[in-house]
Every structure is written in structure tokens, then in C-alpha cells.
Write a protein that binds this ligand. Structure first.
Ligand SMILES: [Ca+2]
Ligand SMILES: [Ca+2]
Length: 162
């Protein structure tokens, strides 16, 4: 029984690592624009992936009872600098009239006029995940970068409850 459990945990971990997907929804994007979009998308994905899987995940990581997991901010977490777990970012967007594009430290980014980003976080299993594991052990993080041309590039990553 111990062997089976450890194999499943390894499988979950591998799926989590391999499932960063760059999903270009439209072809033929100007390469300079595409590079800038990738910079914005990758920076946001990196920032989010370094956060805890859930508010209840211990510092340093670790599995929690799946019934505790949720999507959304906790009390007092109204600004991006307050976000401390991946699902706090659900619904966050910048590059809007009220929220300029910023880096993780809160510095306004220049050179990205017309770009915007929006984040959604949902419970979703990556393709190929083991069938016996509750879907709510997986959070799918999607960062949508919209280019000045209106084209969109989605950056998708999964974080698992381990
Ligand atoms: Ca949260
Ligand atoms: Ca939180």
C-alpha cells in the first residue's frame, strides 16, 4: 500500500511540472508583441506559482484536506501585495484604467502600452492526471495576456495539493 501511494504522489508532481502550456490562441502575432506578451504572462505565472497552493497549505508546502481548499481571497486581502496563495489571484487583472501593469514589487511597468492581463484560477485536473484523485486537488491557473491588437495569449499552469 505504501508503494502505491508514493507512485501516485510522484505522478501528481510530474503532471504539475510538465503542464505549463503556452497556448497561443491566434497565429501570426508580431514577434516583438509576442515577446512582450510572453514576458508579462511568464512573470505573472512565476509570481503565482511561488505562492502556497491554498490559504491553509503550511508554509513550505504540504498536502491539506481537500475539503479545506477554496478559490478566492481571504479577509483583508484586497490588493495584489496581500495575495499569499495561488487562488487569491482569481479575478485579478492589470493593464486596466484603474490598475496599471505592475511587477510583483508594485513597480509600474513601462513599454507595455495597450497590453493587459487577467487571471483565472479554477479547480481542474490536467490532462493525464490519475483518475482516482479528487479534482479539487488541482488548481488551474490561466493568465490571459491581451495585446494592443486585441489578440490574446493564454498561459496555463497547474498547481497541485502536495
Ligand atoms: Ca485564497
Ligand atoms: Ca490568501
Amino acid at each position: 500500500m505504501e508503494t502505491i501511494i508514493s507512485i501516485i504522489i510522484v505522478a501528481v508532481a510530474v503532471v504539475g511540472i510538465l503542464s505549463v502550456i503556452y497556448n497561443v490562441t491566434q497565429k501570426g502575432i508580431n514577434p516583438v508583441m509576442e515577446l512582450k506578451a510572453c514576458e508579462l504572462g511568464q512573470a505573472m505565472i512565476d509570481e503565482i506559482m511561488l505562492k502556497r497552493w491554498d490559504e491553509d497549505t503550511p508554509l513550505g508546502g504540504g498536502h491539506i484536506d481537500v475539503s479545506l481548499a477554496n478559490i478566492g481571497t481571504e479577509a483583508g486581502e484586497t490588493n495584489r501585495e496581500d495575495f499569499d496563495d495561488v487562488d487569491d489571484y482569481d479575478g485579478y487583472s492589470d493593464g486596466t484604467s484603474s490598475e496599471p501593469l505592475k511587477d510583483e514589487a508594485g513597480n509600474v511597468l513601462t513599454g507595455f502600452t495597450g497590453f493587459s492581463r487577467s487571471v483565472t484560477v479554477t479547480f481542474e485536473k490536467p490532462t493525464g492526471a490519475p483518475s482516482g484523485i479528487n479534482t479539487n486537488n488541482y488548481k488551474k491557473i490561466t493568465v490571459k495576456v491581451t495585446l494592443p491588437t486585441g489578440e490574446e495569449i493564454n498561459f496555463v499552469s497547474y498547481k497541485t495539493n502536495i
